[in-house]
Structure formats: structure tokens, C-alpha cells
Design a protein around this ligand. Structure first.
Ligand SMILES: Cc1cc2nc3c(=O)[nH]c(=O)nc-3n(C[C@H](O)[C@H](O)[C@H](O)COP(=O)(O)O)c2cc1C
Length: 320
């Protein structure tokens, strides 16, 4: 496959294209917000031809230093973080960072955050004119801004009004990044779609914490962090499956993809695209490996990617 691929690149890679509603991606892999810099930094180490879209670090109105260190801790093969949305802020992003992103090949998704509905709207308005941006992702689910771990996803009325007001400002597709920390993922997703969102990202990091032993101090500078990586995969998979049972809208699956099996499983339960976050820290070659692996898999099973999406069925398990 590798050899054949290099002889006929475009024809092969076309077989991996997928749609998130009107948003067409060359491959199903979307680099997750906060794990791929702003999007231009990893050009030398990751093959961008195999990436469908890159999500920027979440951008807020003002420059944010984030939380104090220690902000990252590896535990049980996963990652606990309390970065606290450290970012350049919208003006510096627009003037200093965006020009570096203009020519990247993958689509660009702009992640936006804020401490109030007004702040989100101001950032959207300010950055709406950036042509290279293909979609806007509302990060309403960061667990490490408020000290209690709360976020907009836990206030349905505010969430709904944010999405409605954002819809009035931007004509780009709106992605809402849902929290995994509420049981009713499908209910929150439905609310966002009814308010005018186009795509769901299921989901952000899980609230987690950890203590040192034997002195029993929190390992991060704040008690609560967001947990990500391989250990969260089965829970994220269940959330995507449950949501797909209730909703036809496009879904980006996010949580724990570090290998081909997990990526394909997300597609099989109905995700239209798959996010890569913590996995890229371990392997910069992941988008290429997943692309070549998926091509081989589709060929062996003699199915298209469209057929693969949502192929997992309850009937198979009942043996009927
Ligand atoms: C260090 C780190 C920083 C993150 N920063 C953001 C962020 O700024 N905005 C956001 O929406 N998600 C952020 N996330 C969450 C990821 O985008 C992703 O949704 C989550 O890590 C689950 O996917 P994974 O298990 O593949 O990493 C961050 C995750 C990590 C590990």
C-alpha cells in the first residue's frame, strides 16, 4: 500500500474524504484544539497532507497566561491538564499568528472561548472575516477555567442563547464542543442543534484529579484538571454511539484515539470525523499511519468510508 500510495497519492487519498454537513474534509482526521499549537508549528514533523482539518488553540478576547504550573501530569496512560486556555488573545492571533496559517493545506477550524456569552460573540465578530477559517468551534466545555470545573455546557439556557446569537453573526459552520461531564450528551447536543449549530464535537476532556503519595497534595496547580488520552476512549465511544442513536447531525468524535482500531471504531458508531489530541504527543506520524491503515482496511472489507460510518449495529451483537 505504501508503495502504491506514493505512486498515486491523490487518487488514494480521495477515498478517505468525508463530509461534516457542508464542510468537506480530505481525510477524517481533525487535529484537536490545544494539542497542535495554533496549527503551523508541526509542519516539519507531521505530514499535513493526511490531515483533514486543524483546530487552533482556543482563542479568547484578551491574551491569557493560563493557570500556574504544574499544568500537565501523566497518569494511568492518560494526561491530566490544567492549561487554563493560555493563548495569544484575538488581536495577536489575527495580526501575528493567522498569517502563518494562511497557506496550510488542511482546513482550519477556529476554536473560540470566553468567560461570558458576550466575550464569545466579540471574538467571533472580530475574527469572522478570516477567509481561511472553514468553521468555528465553540469551546463551551473547558473543565479548568472555573475553579469548580463548571462551564457553559452546564447552563442550558446560556448555551442555547450563545449558539443562537453566534448563528446570527457568522455564516461559517458552527461546531459546538460538548462536555463529557454531563450524563445527557444527546440532550445537550440536541439543544445546540435546535439553536442553530451545524456540527457536534463529542467531547472535551473529562474532569479529573490526582494526589501525590504519601504527602497527598494535588498534582496540578489547581485541584481539577481535564483528563484525556487512551483511557477515556471507551467512554467517549459510548457517548458518540448514544448521541448518534438520537441525532442525525454531523459528529466529530474526540477522546483517546491513539491507534487505527480506535479511529475506525469511532467511525463505525457513526462519527463523521475523528479528532486526534493527546495521541499526537506520542506519535507525530499518526495522521499518516491512520490514513494508510484506513485505506487498507476499506480495501480489505471492500467498503467505502461512507459505508463504514455507522456500520456498527446492535443486530450484529444479537446474532440474529
Ligand atoms: C494539553 C491540552 C490542551 C488542551 N487545550 C484545549 C483547548 O484549548 N481547547 C479545547 O477545546 N480543547 C482543549 N483540549 C482538549 C482536546 O482538544 C481534546 O478534546 C481532548 O484532549 C480529548 O481528546 P484526546 O483524548 O484525543 O486528547 C486540550 C487537551 C490537552 C491534552
Amino acid at each position: 500500500m505504501n508503495e502504491h500510495y506514493s505512486n498515486n497519492e491523490e487518487a488514494y487519498i480521495e477515498k478517505l474524504s468525508t463530509n461534516l454537513g457542508k464542510l468537506k474534509l480530505k481525510t477524517p482526521w481533525i487535529m484537536a484544539s490545544g494539542t497542535f499549537g495554533y496549527g503551523y508549528e508541526l509542519k516539519e514533523v507531521t505530514d499535513y497532507r493526511f490531515i483533514g482539518a486543524i483546530t487552533t488553540k482556543t482563542i479568547t478576547r484578551k491574551t491569557k497566561a493560563g493557570n500556574l504550573p504544574p499544568r500537565l501530569f501523566q497518569i494511568n496512560k492518560g494526561l491530566l491538564n490544567t492549561i487554563g486556555l493560555a493563548n495569544a488573545g484575538m488581536e495577536d492571533f489575527k495580526d501575528g499568528i493567522f498569517p502563518l496559517l494562511k497557506d496550510i493545506e488542511p482546513r482550519l477550524i477556529l476554536s473560540i472561548g470566553g468567560e461570558s456569552v458576550d466575550e464569545y460573540l466579540e471574538v467571533i465578530e472580530n475574527l469572522e472575516g478570516l477567509k481561511k477559517v472553514s468553521a468555528i468551534e465553540l469551546n463551551v466545555s473547558c473543565p479548568n477555567i472555573d475553579i469548580s470545573g463548571k462551564n457553559l455546557c452546564q447552563s442550558p439556557d446560556r448555551l442555547s442563547s450563545l449558539v443562537k446569537l453566534a448563528r446570527g453573526i457568522t455564516s461559517k459552520p458552527i461546531i459546538v464542543k460538548i462536555t463529557p461531564n454531563e450524563i445527557n450528551t444527546a440532550g445537550i447536543s440536541n439543544l445546540c442543534i435546535s439553536a442553530g449549530a451545524d456540527i457536534l464535537n463529542i467531547s472535551n476532556t473529562f474532569t479529573g484529579t490526582f494526589l501525590t503519595f504519601p504527602d497527598l497534595k494535588f498534582v496540578l496547580s489547581r485541584p481539577l484538571g481535564g483528563y484525556s488520552g487512551k483511557p477515556v476512549f471507551p467512554i467517549s465511544l459510548a457517548k458518540v454511539w448514544q448521541t448518534r442513536q438520537e441525532l442525525n447531525s454531523p459528529i466529530i468524535a474526540s477522546g483517546g484515539v491513539e491507534d487505527l482500531k480506535s479511529a475506525i471504531s469511532f467511525l463505525a458508531v457513526g462519527a463523521n470525523a475523528v479528532s486526534i489530541g493527546t495521541g499526537i504527543f506520542k506519535d507525530y506520524g499518526l495522521p499518516k499511519k491512520l490514513s494508510l491503515g484506513l485505506l487498507t482496511y476499506l480495501k480489505k472489507r471492500d467498503i467505502t468510508i461512507d459505508k463504514l460510518i455507522g456500520i456498527a449495529s446492535i443486530e450484529d451483537n444479537r446474532g440474529e
